[in-house]
Design a protein around this ligand. Structure first.
Ligand code: TPP
Ligand code: MG
Length: 810
C-alpha cells in the first residue's frame, strides 16, 4: 500500500477527518471496488475459456461491502456467502492472488489459505488453527468462518459466533481466554442473499438471535432475484425487512434494530453500517441491514445468462444502478475527484488484476508442467524397451499436447502406461511405479487429508486412563454416573458449557445435568428453544471461538432437524479448510429403544453416511459414556455421543475418578469370550445379545460378543477380524434398518479388516424391520431384534454348519 494511503477499514468518521483524508479514503475504497469488479470480469472469462471450472462472483455488491468493511474490527467474525469478495479484499482477509488461486483450484494452502484448492471460488475462510494445531490469537485478527455452498446453511453457525461474544462478556470467569475475545466486544457479521432468506435456517437463526440478544449483524444482499426466481416468488410482500418488522425492539422489549439502505448509495451505506454496528457491538442487540437495489452485472454465475429471465427494463435499470457507476458519479458530484483520476484508477486496476491472474496461473501451470515433463520422459524411456512402443509414444505425445493439463492427465497417463506394459519386466517400468508412488502420496495429502484435525490434541492421541473403583464405590443410577462426570468436568474446565431443550432448569429430560445449573449458573447450563439446527450452530460457533460446548439434541430422532448443519458445516469444516479451522463440538443425544415412532429410532446408517468427519460414539452404558465425555472434552475434534435411552435407571458402579477416566475412540471391547460365532453389536442391543448368550450356552453354543464402542473410528485394533479367525462366523446385531448401520459394520469387518478370509458361513445381520418402530412393548418385540430373535438367528447359523448337532427348531 502506498505510504499516503489510508487503511480501507479505518472508520469513516467525517468529523475526525480533514477533507483531504476523507477524499483519500473514498478514493482508496473506489480502487478496491474496481479491482474487485475486474476480478469478477476476468474470473468469468477464465471459466468461459476453460481454465477454471465454475465461477460465481461479487459484482454488483461491491459498494455495500466497502461500508461493511469499515465497521469490521479485529476480533470480529464473518459468516457469509459467495458474493463477499470486495469485503474480503477491503478488510485484508483475502486478496487477488488468493482469489485466483481458489478459482483455479490451486491445491496449496500457501496459495489458497481458505481451502487449499478444495472449495469452489469465492468461498472464504481465515486460518485460526496454527500448523502445530494450536489456536491463533483471534482477538488480534479479523476472522472469517469458512463458507459453505448451501445458501442459508451458515446461519446457525453465525448465531453461535455471536453467542460466544455474549458468554465472553457476561461470564467473567472466561476473562482468561483473552486470545478469543476482549470482553465480548466482537460482532458476528452475516451475509445472505435475498432468495436464501426463504430458508427455514434463516428464520430459525433470526428468531434465536432475537431471544438470545447477541451481537449478530445480518446483511441481506437484495438483488431481487435468486438465480432466475424473482422476489415475488420468494418473499411475502417481496421485502424481507418489511415482513420482519415485528422483530424491531421497542421500549422494554428485546428484539432487533432493522435498517434498510440502497446498495449503490455509498455515503448512506457508510452511515448505516456505522450506526447499526455501534448498537450491535455496544448493546449486544442483533441488527438486520437490508441492502436493496443491488444488481448482478454478469448474472448469477457462469452457469447461464440472466438475459434469459430478466426483462429488458430490468436489465437497463441494473446498468444504470450499477453501484460502482453510482459511486463514481457521487465522487465527481461531491468534488472528491475528477473523471480523469477515476479513469486512471480504472486503467491501473485493470492491468493490475490481469497481472495477478497471470501470475497465479503461471505459477500453478509451472508446477504441473514440471510433473508432466517428468511423466512424459518416463513413458518415452519405457517406450524404447517394450513391445507397446507405438502406444506409449502416442500416450506421451497426447500428454505433451494437452491444453491446460491437470494432474489427472499426468497421473492418468502413467497408470495407462503401466497397464500397457503389464508383462514387461524392465527397470524403466519400475521407475514409473516409483514415480507414481511419490505422486500418489503428494496427491493424497492434497486431496484426501485433514478429515479430522490430525493434531496432538486429537482425541485419538489422548492417553487412556482406566476407571478406578474402591471398596466404597456404590451402585447408583446410570444418570447419576453421568451427572457426576459432568459436575467434575464443569468444575475442572471453566470453558465448558452445555445447552439444549430442557437442559437448564430441570437438568435435561433424563437428569444428566440435574442440579448443575444452580451450581454453575445459567450461562453455563442453559435452556434453549426448540430449534435443533441452531442448537448445533450455536455449539459450532462457540467451539470455533475457543469454548467447549456440549450441545444437546433431546432425542436421537430429532437429529434429523439438524443433520444439514452437522453434515454440511460441522463434518466438513476441517477437510474444507485443510485443517485451518476446527470446531470441537460435542453433540449429546439419547436414542435406540424406547417407545413410539419418534422416540425409539436408531438411524445409524443415516448418521454414519452423513457425518464422516465427526466421531460417532455409541456407549453401551453411562459409565462408558462418561469415559467418552472425559476424553472428548480434552480433545479438539467434533463428536456425537448417543446414550442408551433405556439405560438411565439401570444401576452402575460409580468410578472414583469419574471425571478423569477415559474411553479411547476406536477401541473395541470383547464383552464375552466365545468360540462359535462372533457377534458385533453396540448400544442397547448389547444387553439383548448378552442375555441371549446365556440360553445359547445351554444350547451348546458359545458366542463371542464384541462392542466396538465407537463406529467412527471403527475397531482400529482389528479385534473383530481377529475374533473371526477363531469363530469363522459373523453376526451383526443392531436396531437400525436392514442394510443400514449393519452394512457399514460388514464393510469394515469383511473388507477393511479382511474378515472375509476367515469365514466358513454366510455373514449375517440382524436388524430392525424396515418400518418405523410402533408404540408399545409388543410393537418393539415385533419390530426390533429380541432375545428370541438373537437366539434363533445364532442357532440357525449353527444349524447350517452342523444340522446333526443343531437340529432345526421349526
Ligand atoms: C440449500 C441450497 N439450495 C439451493 C442452492 C442452489 N443455489 C445456489 S445460489 C442460489 C440462489 C441464491 O439466491 P440469493 O440468496 O438471492 O443470492 P444471490 O445469488 O442472488 O446473491 C441457489 C438456488 C444452494 N446452493 N443451496
Ligand atoms: Mg439474490
Amino acid at each position: 500500500m502506498p505510504e499516503t494511503a489510508i487503511n480501507a477499514t479505518d472508520k469513516l468518521n467525517t468529523a475526525e477527518l480533514s477533507f483531504d483524508d476523507f477524499k483519500k479514503l473514498v478514493i482508496e475504497d473506489y480502487r478496491i471496488a474496481v479491482e474487485s469488479r475486474q476480478a469478477s470480469l476476468i474470473g468469468r472469462r477464465e471459466v468461459l475459456t476453460g481454465k477454471a471450472k465454475f465461477g460465481i462472483f461479487g459484482d454488483g455488491k461491491e459498494v455495500a461491502q466497502l461500508a461493511m468493511a469499515k465497521a469490521f474490527k479485529k476480533g470480529d467474525w464473518r459468516a457469509g456467502y459467495y458474493r463477499d469478495q470486495t469485503f474480503m479484499f477491503a478488510t485484508g482477509m483475502s486478496n487477488l492472488f488468493e482469489f485466483f488461486a481458489q478459482l483455479y483450484a490451486y491445491p496449496d494452502v500457501e496459495k489458497d489459505p481458505a481451502s487449499a484448492g478444495r472449495q469452489m471460488n469465492c468461498h472464504y475462510a481465515t486460518r485460526y488453527v496454527n500448523a502445530d494445531g494450536n489456536w491463533a490469537n483471534q482477538a488480534e485478527t479479523m476472522n472469517c468462518s469458512s463458507d459453505i455452498s448451501t445458501t442459508g446453511g451458515h446461519m446457525p453457525r453465525l448465531l453461535g459466533l455471536a453467542y460466544a461474544s455474549k458468554l465472553y462478556r457476561q461470564n467473567k470467569e472466561l476473562a482468561y481466554l483473552n486470545q478469543f475475545s476482549v470482553s465480548g466486544n466482537e460482532v458476528a457479521f452475516g451475509t445472505i442473499g435475498n432468495g436464501s432468506t426463504s430458508e427455514g435456517l434463516f428464520f430459525e437463526a433470526f428468531n434465536a438471535a432475537g431471544v438470545l440478544q447477541v451481537p449478530m449483524a445480518i446483511s441481506v444482499w437484495d438483488d431481487a432475484y435468486a438465480i432466475s426466481v424473482p422476489a415475488k416468488l420468494q418473499t411475502t410482500k417481496e421485502d424481507i425487512s418489511e415482513i420482519l418488522k415485528g422483530f424491531q425492539r421497542e421500549k422494554d422489549t428485546n428484539g432487533y434494530e432493522i435498517f434498510k439502505v440502497r446498495g449503490w448509495d455509498y455515503p448512506a451505506l457508510c452511515e448505516t453500517y456505522e450506526r447499526a454496528i455501534k448498537v450491535c457491538r455496544e448493546e449486544h442487540v442483533p441488527v438486520l441491514i437490508h441492502v436493496i437495489e443491488m444488481t448482478q452485472p454478469q448474472g448469477h454465475s457462469t452457469s447461464g445468462s440472466h438475459e434469459r429471465y430478466k426483462s429488458k427494463e430490468r436489465l437497463v435499470w441494473e446498468d444504470e444502478h450499477d453501484c460502482i457507476l453510482q459511486m463514481r458519479k457521487w465522487m465527481i458530484a461531491s468534488a472528491i475527484t475528477t473523471e480523469a483520476e477515476l479513469d486512471e484508477i480504472e486503467a491501473t486496476a485493470k492491468k493490475y488484476v490481469r497481472d495477478c491472474q497471470r501470475q497465479v496461473w503461471n505459477d500453478l501451470s509451472e508446477g504441473i508442467l514440471k510433473e508432466l515433463n517428468e511423466a512424459s520422459q518416463l513413458i518415452e524411456s519405457l517406450a524404447q524397451v517394450v513391445a507397446a512402443q507405438d502406444e506409449l509414444l502416442l500416450l506421451a505425445s497426447i500428454l505433451r499436447d494437452c491444453v491446460d493439463p491437470g494432474r489427472n492427465n499426468v497421473v492418468g497417463a502413467i497408470r495407462k502406461a503401466l497397464r500397457l506394459t503389464l508383462k514387461d519386466d524392465v527397470y524403466q517400468r519400475e521407475a514409473l511405479i516409483s514415480w507414481l508412488a511419490d505422486e500418489n502420496a503428494k496427491n493424497k495429502e492434497r486431496y484426501n487429508s485433514k478429515l479430522f484435525s490430525e493434531t496432538l490434541r486429537s482425541p485419538l492421541n489422548i492417553e487412556k486412563v482406566d476407571a478406578e473403583y474402591n471398596d466404597e464405590s456404590k451402585f447408583i443410577d446410570g444418570r447419576e454416573v453421568l451427572n457426576a462426570c459432568f459436575d467434575a468436568n464443569f468444575e475442572r474446565d471453566k470453558s465448558i458449557v452445555a445447552f439444549g431443550e430442557d437442559v437448564g432448569a430441570i437438568g435435561d429430560v433424563n437428569q444428566g445435568f440435574a442440579g448443575l445449573q444452580s451450581k454453575y449458573g445459567d450461562l453455563r447450563i442453559t435452556d434453549t428453544g426448540i430449534r435443533e439446527a441452531t442448537i448445533i450452530g450455536q455449539g459450532m460457533g462457540l467451539a470455533m471461538r475457543g469454548l467447549k460446548p456440549i450441545a444437546e439434541i433431546q432425542y436421537l430422532d430429532y437429529l434429523l432437524y439438524a443433520i444439514n448443519v452437522i453434515s454440511d458445516d460441522l463434518a466438513s469444516l476441517s477437510y474444507r479448510t485443510y485443517g485451518g479451522q476446527k470446531a470441537p463440538l460435542i453433540i449429546r443425544t439419547r436414542g435406540h429403544r424406547l417407545e413410539g415412532i419418534w422416540h425409539s429410532g436408531s438411524p445409524m446408517g443415516l448418521i454414519l453416511n452423513a457425518m464422516r468427519g465427526i466421531h460417532i460414539c455409541v456407549p453401551r452404558d453411562m459409565t462408558q459414556a462418561a469415559g467418552m465425555y472425559n476424553l472428548l472434552l480434552r480433545g479438539d475434534e467434533p463428536a456425537l455421543v448417543i446414550e442408551c435411552l433405556n439405560g438411565y435407571r439401570l444401576k452402575e458402579k460409580l468410578p472414583v475418578n469419574v471425571g478423569e477416566f477415559t474411553v479411547p475412540l476406536g477401541k473395541a471391547e470383547i464383552l464375552k469370550q466365545g468360540t462359535d460365532i462372533t457377534i458385533v453389536s453396540y448400544g442397547s442391543t448389547l444387553r439383548i445379545v448378552m442375555e441371549a448368550a446365556k440360553e445359547l450356552e445351554e444350547l451348546g453354543i458359545n458366542i463371542e460378543v464384541i462392542d466396538p464402542q465407537t463406529l467412527h473410528p471403527f475397531d482400529t485394533g482389528n479385534v473383530c477380524g481377529q475374533s473371526l479367525k477363531k469363530t469363522s462366523k459373523l453376526l451383526i446385531v443392531d436396531e437400525d434398518l436392514p442394510g443400514a448401520g449393519s452394512a457399514y459394520i460388514l464393510q469394515r469387518v469383511l473388507e477393511a479388516q479382511k474378515g472375509y478370509y476367515s469365514l466358513d458361513a454366510q455373514p449375517r445381520t440382524l436388524s430392525a424391520k424396515e418400518h418405523r418402530p410402533p408404540y408399545g412393548s409388543d410393537g418393539d418385540y415385533f419390530t426390533k431384534p429380541s432375545v428370541d430373535d438373537v437366539i434363533e438367528t445364532v442357532y440357525g447359523m449353527m444349524n447350517e454348519t452342523d444340522p446333526y448337532k443343531f437340529p432345526p427348531i421349526f
